[in-house]
Design a protein around this ligand. Sequence first.
Ligand code: NAD
Ligand code: KPL
Length: 303
Amino acid sequence: MTWHILGAGSLGSLWAARLARAGLPVRLILRNRQRLEAYRQAGGLTLVEAGQPMQYAIPAELPQADTPIHRLLLACKAYDAQSAVATIAGRLAPGAELLLLQNGLGSQDEVAQRLPKQRCLFVSSTEGAFRPADFQVVFAGNGHNWLGDPSDPQPPTWLDELQRAGIAHQWSPDILTRLWRKLALNCAINPLTVLHDCRNGGLTEHPAEVATLCAELDELLQRCGQPAAAENLHQEVQRVISATAANYSSMHQDVAQGRRTEISYLLGYACAAAQRHQLHVPHLQHLQQRLLSHLRERGLPLA
Ligand code: NAD
Ligand code: KPL
């Protein structure tokens, strides 16, 4: 079965190159004719791993190609997920499987609600990749991918293909717990690194702020029916801060490079969930206001 990849950015290219390298059929779906022409000129996707570049001539097509899609990896940012899927929705076969690779929460439901005849698998990834140039991707950090389906605990039959491709993964019957846990970590770390303009390790100088946010996030997770995601949250946040001390968080990188952030699917999602549950989270709300002001001052989108 062909792997269609929509969103040939950092993670999409990383998955595409590894699947293709394992001899699996892969097709990239590029946004428009201009992108397709640029891709053809480049001659394929280049994956740089341990400093070694290797090019893969993966076939590419436009969203309006007429072949059906049975398996799709959606690898765009959370804020693009719904509109990207809309461009290929007419090609999705009944029963097609979609892997939603977006960080945070909210975008997965936006997509899944519109596709009642397809199966949406949610993915939580801790792999790291970036694009030094168009159609080039650097595999920057080994990590893991958890896949799951909140409405069906049965794993798909093709996980062995990920194994063959060397994509570290695990089927997770509690994928929402994983996604909530990652969201909580991101909410406790990322906005503060932006506001203090520091690497993750710089947050050791703001222990009280981190602790207060963790306490509110813990309460929020409990209220949202996610007690497992709340377990030892503060301890885990402190562990991640020291394990990634030298790194800039993904949100810090986005803001520093003038890129749109995924705020609506991270801190924005957390604050909206608190409001839905009538939970008072003054520190998270204040953090959101400070972050929005920061983005506004820099002319960056607020959603
Ligand atoms: P990216 O910006 O590098 O790639 C997204 C790609 O999607 C871009 O090439 C963009 O042009 C394309 N795209 C958007 N809309 C499209 C459309 N309508 N048609 C065709 N292409 C379209 O993003 P990324 O870094 O790969 O991140 C993807 C998701 O994975 C995000 O939610 C991110 O938070 C998450 N994530 C990324 C990393 C990482 O290291 N890059 C790690 C963990 C999680
Ligand atoms: O996922 C992260 C990010 O930067 O987005 C970590 C490293 C966990 C920091 O929140």
